[in-house]
Design a protein around this ligand. Structure first.
Ligand code: COA
Length: 149
């Protein structure tokens, strides 16, 4: 199944790629993720392996990006899912699930077939049920996620 076959609620559209920089920064902020700078955000479309975002078409104005997720990876075996975010006004409609499934499908379609892709993420509390539902398991106790403080 490709991403085109994933169905969304009315008014929403799944697009490959990333929101424009200013909307990316705003989407992170409004969904409660840590603020980033425009220079940091400029690397998102060039440095990511793949991404999807969801736009919402309100009655007036252009469709706005209201959700996203992206993959940082080498395209061979190592894929890290980042920036899973849905605007609070549009949460609990299945959009996070659509974005995650589309990302996973893309990895399984594009990664080399002669080996299993290693797909990781750091799960903030709001996303955990979504990740468990889609097959993710805790790395601990065998491994512990770490970041440089
Ligand atoms: C994590 C996040 C991306 C999930 O996005 P979302 O669009 O709300 O996700 P979904 O709608 O697919 O699923 C969320 C819940 O809504 C439920 N849901 C799905 N469709 C629904 C509907 N039509 N009506 C009511 N509930 C619905 C799901 O079952 C799920 O419930 P559960 O957690 O009890 O299982 C979003 O909460 C978010 O942006 N959080 C803040 C940023 C963040 O912490 N991101 C994670 C970083 S690791």
């Amino acid at each position: 199944m490709d991403s085109q076959a994933i169905s969304l609620p009315k008014g929403y559209k799944l697009q490959p790629g990333y929101p424009p920089t200013s909307q990316y920064l705003e989407l992170r902020l409004v969904s409660g993720l840590s603020p980033k700078t425009p220079s940091q955000a400029a690397a998102v479309p060039t440095g990511s392996w793949y991404g999807f975002y969801v736009t919402f078409e309100a009655t007036k104005g252009d469709p706005q990006p209201i959700g996203m997720g992206r993959i940082i990876g080498d395209g061979g075996w190592y894929f890290h899912i980042a920036d899973m975010a849905v605007h609070p006004d549009h949460q609990r409609k299945g959009l996070g699930d659509v974005i995650l499934k589309a990302l996973l499908q893309h990895i399984h379609r594009e990664a080399p077939a002669d080996g299993k892709p290693y797909i990781t993420l750091f799960a903030d509390e709001p996303g955990r049920r979504l990740y468990y539902k889609n097959g993710f398991v805790d790395a601990a106790p065998g491994q512990l996620g770490m970041w440089l403080k």
